[in-house]
Design a protein around this ligand. Sequence first.
Ligand code: NAD
Ligand code: MG
Length: 355
Amino acid sequence: MTRVALLGATGSIGRQALEVIAANPGLEVCALVSGVSPLDDAAAQHPAALTQMGGDPRPLLEASEPDVVLNAVVGFAGVPATLWALEHGVTLALANKESLVAAGELAVAALRRGGGALVPVDSEHSAIFQCLEGHAVEAVHSLVLTASGGPFRGRSREELAHATVAEALDHPTWSMGRKITVDSATLANKGLELIEAHWLFSLPYDRVEVVVHPDSIVHAFVRFRDGSALAHAGYPDMRVPISYALTYPERAATPVPPLELVGRTIAFEAPDLEAFPLLRLAREAGERGGTFPCAFNAADEIAVAAFLEERIAFLDVPAVVETALARVSGSPARDLDELQAADAEARRIAEGALR
Ligand code: NAD
Ligand code: MG
């Protein structure tokens, strides 16, 4: 029996994880955590699990003795659970990319000390993780993350000026929580994923490329030094990477059908960094290092929340992040307290930039 602590249990990933767990007799839920939404259904299905809404998840994690922590919290709030699992050598199935973006350096150090495993749930990173299995890092030339391009692919900057919340939430290929769906519309999500890939696979930013692939069938490529590239393909369904992360190194059955190829054409194109500057800003923040990725994430969280409340326009989202990145001090973060201070500083500046 694998004991799973599920954080973010009421969200899009959390609910799909509960489905995967219900279909696999080798998995059991030992802890359930949500933010503000009640856990009623999930708690009723798993009466033995410890439950908590909001607050510091670490005492609950400690008490529930998980084999795997599935972190499906949204945003910077996921950082303590990520660091706890890595530090304790408990396998971390990571959907909460924001924690690795904000706390990459601390997370890598904690993983080394804890000696456990970090298995990505983000589909592109799960794809790369699978393509890399059995290969030496020296053999890798570069990584390619694919992006659907979101609902506004092909639109110019001018055309995006009046993009509405409803349009931004209408993702063409993936059904996800609201924050990541807006991040997919601005390409901030791919920016976060670029930084996530840098930390997960220890490659410099100039060896991680992003290409737009509207069908979301190929999730990523790994290019090797001998001129070959391995791709990972499948229908866009998060139950696949969730199941993989929860059953790694095995591969359990899922209800997702095998990929049908006949009649399918797949295309790739360059991202439009003019219309979607957050991808460029994320790359710059990643390259500057220190707490700049943390600030990128914090400012983006503030801007996306303001956009969802219709307080700012779509194009204000990158503008707020750019302003915040120009103003933060970029001080180093040697521990969680310092990281939380950097996150709070960036949030304050971003809030100020909303007006
Ligand atoms: P969601 O908004 O649907 O769910 C978020 C969950 O986090 C909810 O259960 C919420 O209650 C919980 N939460 C929020 N704040 C919390 C806090 N302070 N403490 C504890 N729990 C808290 O989001 P989602 O789409 O499921 O995404 C979750 C994470 O997975 C995000 O980091 C996202 O980027 C990543 N991800 C999601 C998808 C997807 O298909 N949805 C794909 C790849 C990666
Ligand atoms: Mg992804």
